[in-house]
Design a protein around this ligand. Structure first.
Ligand SMILES: C[S@@+](CC[C@H](N)C(=O)[O-])C[C@H]1O[C@@H](n2cnc3c(N)ncnc32)[C@H](O)[C@@H]1O
Length: 442
């Protein structure tokens, strides 16, 4: 593809992202699936450029507004090329040439705009701080409450491109072998800072060529997500439920920890995600995992299996604020339609219902990829107040290697502090002797 054709592809994708109510990464994957003729190198370039543009979206809009221009896709892309990529007006004129596959020729107004934007900085002192940090209104107050004086540092870290993290599937290979295979093809691969089966690759690359991915020897999984799975502390032979398993990122990690022994049941209300989970489990060589589609968090299956499991993980649906580094568009989507209050209420219902599955002496792990206390500490506090048979197992006890959390009892990872996605996890233990079964009423 020519550079100009790649820009036209970005314009097409921008228009889909702004009109189709789905995460950008899903839209991008579907777009490339329908255009298999596009090679890996072009695909990588387009995605990297688009992601960078999404990371500057609010600031680009501010500059357009300052120059009295509408925030159209073309204007936004031109502002990105001029302000972020520092392209010169004559270069832009050549790229927007109207030739086959290239964007249509620059209008007079567009040509004037790119001249006016020449040499200007992307960040401007007159920008409100939240806009400069690309922080959406719906989350700003909660994030300020959460981070206090670290607000700017934390938000700035969410604007940096994330590394590629892999988890080695120890049922099929070793970390040493995978590291060697990655280095043999010239990739800068290192063991993860903390996760014992993790590898970090600090390079942009085409996933199609990642050795071991198609054969289930490695999985793509952020180090933070690997650490949450580790906190479940599932042992070989345990009975485990991953209550909000989705496509199985954590199910796969936990099942491998269990060395393929015992049973892990991946539950979710989304059939498509569970199907992907089953496919990935097959590819990973798991024999101890099964999926269970739930009609809701109070599905009858839950009542029928109460007190039947050693470990239950609730990786609850959440605002996804911890994933903004990886999914820069997510900040502009979630969770406006649902509302944070409704989301918190759903998290509370899921936690209360899933808790019924935990046997006396067993553990319930509540996790989110949110940075907001309203979805994390507050949910755990409300749960504990209503369920005195559960108590917190402090982080220092379950994972002494995981230091630096904001709360001494809970895992609380942030991009700025840990260079992972933002994650929260609390480990709760049910008293060994069952108490009055008040939770059965749920
Ligand atoms: C954060 S995602 C899970 C990610 C997954 N654990 C992983 O590691 O890849 C939350 C999941 O909760 C599921 N979910 C939403 N509402 C639910 C409910 N009422 N009961 C169970 N799962 C639910 C969603 O379908 C989604 O897959």
């Amino acid at each position: 593809m020519t550079p100009a054709a790649r820009l036209q592809a970005i314009l097409d994708l921008m228009s889909e992202i702004d009109t189709v109510p789905r995460p950008a990464d899903a839209i991008v994957s579907a777009w490339f699936r329908a255009r298999r003729q596009i090679g890996d190198a072009d695909r990588g370039e387009i995605i990297a450029q688009l992601q960078e543009l999404l990371r500057h979206q609010a600031r680009l809009g501010w500059w357009l507004d300052r120059h009295g221009r509408k925030d159209t896709h073309r204007n936004r892309l031109l502002a990105f090329l001029a302000l972020v990529e520092r392209r010169k007006p004559d270069q832009l004129k050549r790229l927007f040439s109207g030739a086959k596959y290239a964007p249509s020729i620059l209008t007079e107004a567009e040509a004037t705009l790119v001249v006016k934007l020449q040499g200007l900085p992307v960040d401007h002192p007159a920008m409100p701080e939240e806009l400069r940090l690309e922080c959406p209104d719906w989350a700003a107050a909660a994030l300020r409450r959460r981070f206090g004086t670290d607000f700017e540092t934390e938000m700035a870290a969410m604007l940096t491109p994330p590394p590629l993290d892999l988890r080695v599937n120890t049922l099929k290979t070793t970390r040493e072998h995978s590291l060697r295979a990655l280095r043999d093809i010239g990739l800068p691969a290192e063991v993860s800072a903390v996760a014992p089966f993790g590898i970090r690759v600090s390079a942009r690359l085409s996933l199609a060529h990642l050795p071991g991915l198609k054969t289930g020897e490695i999985e793509i999984q952020d180090e933070g997500s690997q650490l949450v799975a580790l906190l479940v502390d599932a042992r070989p032979g345990d009975r485990v439920v991953d209550f909000c398993a989705g496509a199985g990122g954590k199910t796969l990690a936990i099942a491998a920890q269990m060395q393929n022994k015992g049973r892990i049941i991946a539950c979710d209300v989304n059939e498509g995600r569970l199907k992907r989970c089953a496919e990935r489990a097959r590819r990973a060589g798991l024999q101890n995992a099964e999926t269970r589609l739930l009609s809701s968090e109070t599905d009858r299956w839950v009542k029928r299996h109460k007190a039947g499991f050693d470990r239950v993980l609730v990786d609850a649906p959440c605002s996804g604020t911890g994933t903004w580094r990886r999914n820069p568009d997510a900040r502009w989507r979630s969770p406006q339609e649902q509302g944070l209050d409704n989301l918190a209420a759903l998290q509370g219902r899921i936690l209360a219902s899933a808790a019924r599955l935990v046997k006396p002496g067993g553990r319930l792990v509540y996790a989110t990829c949110s940075l907001l206390s309203e979805e994390n500490e507050d949910r755990v506090a409300a749960f504990l107040a209503a369920h005195p048979e559960f108590s917190v197992v402090p982080l220092a006890e379950v994972a002494p290697q995981l230091t630096g959390s904001a709360h001494p009892d809970y895992l609380s990872l942030t991009p700025a502090r840990h260079d992972t996605d933002g994650f929260f996890a609390a480990v709760l233990q049910r008293a060994a002797v069952a108490e009055a079964p008040s939770e059965d009423a749920a």
